[in-house]
Design a protein around this ligand. Sequence first.
Ligand SMILES: Nc1ncnc2c1ncn2[C@@H]1O[C@H](COP(=O)(O)OP(=O)(O)OP(=O)(O)O)[C@@H](O)[C@H]1O
Ligand SMILES: [Mg+2]
Length: 244
Amino acid sequence: MSTVTRDAVQMRGVDKYFGEGDARTHVLKTTDFDAPLGELVMLVGPSGCGKTTLLSVLAGTLNADGGQVSVFGERIDQMKPAALTRFRAQNIGFIFQQFNLIPTLTAAENVSVPLLIQGKSNAVALKRARDVLERVGLGHKAGERPSKLSGGQQQRVAIARALVHEPRLLICDEPTSALDRENGTLVMQLLRDVARSADRTVIIVTHDSRIYRYADRMAEMEDGRVFRTLDSAVAIAAEHSGHG
Ligand SMILES: Nc1ncnc2c1ncn2[C@@H]1O[C@H](COP(=O)(O)OP(=O)(O)OP(=O)(O)O)[C@@H](O)[C@H]1O
Ligand SMILES: [Mg+2]
């Protein structure tokens, strides 16, 4: 086995359980998962199969119960909490399935949070936040609170917040679920551009077959395990076989 790898992300034999006693369920079942540098990897599978759980373990927001999790060559499963927090702030952006915006902050303030955590000044952080909101088509909503925004607009604020500090690893849980075709395309082009910049990686969980064509690679998950990873061209051909 090689110790040098192009993989940005490497999960090996990861287990995760939820609950106690009779209610204890095995949610990630000794699964592997890889994502290379410079690629956009989609993770697909039925509801409840463990996709969000897998992303949370990758992002270090949930501890695995066994196995190994490496991000850019660092074993995040072995990091102490303070080191992990620092590592995440530097390297990982996360778009949650529930957008997790802070209701008392404006859109621009929400987007600026990762930069403030990195120690940027308020003025610098807000300027950069407004630029990124502009890129997701929301420059005109920078001063609004989340409650004044539609679901799709909130989702784009969450995407801007995940992009603002230019993380090397971007993890997205259903990033286009609330978006119409036009905004879905805008967001996917942005995410693909991020992935194509040499040393970055984007991982997307999705049920939205309209965006499969943006994938460099498709990982398929079922019942707690990634059972197959396909080159996107093959995956898309399979997806459309039998439809004429
Ligand atoms: N905090 C939790 N406590 C207990 N069980 C949980 C918890 N989070 C998830 N589960 C269970 O783990 C399993 C996997 O959940 P997960 O959210 O990872 O699925 P998913 O593939 O993301 O589904 P969806 O496509 O619906 O978002 C489900 O059976 C769910 O009920
Ligand atoms: Mg989920």
